[in-house]
Write a new protein. Structure first.
Length: 75
């Protein structure tokens, strides 16, 4: 009996796709657009089913930016 799982694991990749408008990227592909205008899509593939892929929601946060706080301060 081993410590690590030995079966096939899921493969997850982030794929850049150019020439797609931001609305289609977010609504149809569950992706997000980076600061250069490239649509980024997160794809999960299962080795046991090579003909199928699953799109996962992606929220892109650019490098060096901080997420805005969700609370409001002041009167």
């Amino acid at each position: 009996m081993g410590i690590f799982p030995t079966g096939p694991r899921e493969i997850e990749q982030i794929v850049p796709v150019e020439n797609i408008d931001p609305l289609t990227c977010r609504d149809k592909f569950k992706g997000d657009v980076d600061e250069h205008g490239v649509c980024l899509i997160r794809v999960r593939m299962h080795p046991s089913e090579p003909d199928k892929a699953e799109l996962l929601r992606l929220n892109y946060i650019s490098r060096g930016s901080k997420p805005e706080p969700k609370y409001v301060t002041g009167p």
